[in-house]
Design a protein around this ligand. Structure first.
Ligand code: HEM
Length: 283
């Protein structure tokens, strides 16, 4: 490839990195708002709110499209970033930016690739902890909320239950001969008689993951807090740099964007980090 075509392809890559990076920033805001319910709404109300939210996020068709765009953006951003780093290294075999940092090269700018790789490790671990369980594992318990109609049931020995932690609600036997799940509810089979609302209990999974009752909970908390520090450094440089790659270079707007980026880089990871810390302290 000639020098000019390498340059052209690098510019295109930077452009796509900027677009996917900014899209991922909007994902972070949505994800943060949803997860803040874990610490700002207490008790059964919080549990229900979070489980309903998680159900909506995994079943709404528009959100599903956004989810696929998120996965594609993460992969694109990571692969493009890797190729750009390799191309830059080849173009400058002597890594003078590290050995001889100029006044314009801030520490995060020099370590973006390393920070990005650490974030990728975080995302892979994080998705294995929660996302994988929601999508592919049968381990997550169902949580029932309210029984709307009660009928006498014979519960054979060894029967499994739709269990509930609401004291006034009795466990409902998971009898597939008489019951069926439709959407977020349990019905008597082949009838419209609803017994209970029923959601995958992701709230319990998150609380158990970070809570003190989990002997490894503290390591989970530390891993998340350190990862949010890494995310903060990555965003500190990345947010404003994305606008620069898209060609936004304006006497009035660029300083505003830079300050906005710094605010974003502090507030978003800080709030994310508070979630596991407060869950640990309160559970
Ligand atoms: C510390 C706070 C966080 C908590 C408690 C949390 C919790 C969760 C949970 C419960 C899920 C699975 C739910 C679902 O699939 O809808 C999930 C999915 C996900 N999380 Fe997080 N998360 C946190 C921070 C982050 C951060 C900082 C990132 C990115 C840097 C991230 C990236 C993702 C991604 C990409 C998914 C898959 C989303 C999808 O399928 O649409 N999370 N998170």
């Amino acid at each position: 490839m000639s020098n000019s075509s390498i340059l052209k392809s690098s510019i295109a890559k930077k452009y796509w990195m900027a677009l996917t990076g900014l899209f991922l920033c909007t994902f972070l805001i949505g994800h943060l708002l949803g997860n803040l319910q874990l610490i700002f709404i207490d008790g059964e109300e919080g549990r229900r709110a979070f489980n309903e939210y998680a159900y909506f996020m995994t079943h709404n068709p528009a959100i599903k499209i956004l989810s696929y765009l998120t996965y594609i953006s993460i992969l694109f951003h990571a692969v493009d970033g890797f190729i750009l780093t390799v191309q830059n290294k080849k173009a400058r075999p002597v890594n003078y930016a590290v050995n001889n940092p100029g006044p314009t090269s801030s520490t995060p700018a020099r370590y973006m690739a390393v920070l990005g790789t650490l974030i990728l490790v975080f995302i892979a671990t994080h998705m294995a902890n929660f996302w994988w369980k929601v999508k592919f594992s049968q381990e997550i318990p169902l949580h029932t909320y309210k029984i709307e109609s009660k009928q006498e049931m014979n519960i054979p020995k060894g029967q499994s239950f739709y269990y509930t932690q609401v004291p006034s609600i009795q466990p409902i036997p998971k009898d597939t001969n008489t019951l069926e799940e439709k959407g977020t509810a349990i019905y008597y089979k082949n009838t419209n008689i609803k017994i209970a609302d029923c959601y995958i209990d992701l709230h319990k999974v998150v609380m158990a993951f970070f809570g003190k009752s989990n002997p490894n909970g503290i390591f989970g908390v530390l891993f998340y807090v350190l990862s949010m520090l890494v995310l903060a450094f990555h965003l500190w440089h990345g947010f404003a740099s994305a606008f620069q790659s898209l060609g936004v270079n304006h006497a009035k707007w660029t300083p505003i964007i830079k300050n906005l980026g710094k605010g974003f880089a502090i507030i978003v990871p800080l709030l994310f980090a508070l979630i596991p810390i407060l869950i640990y302290l309160n559970n």
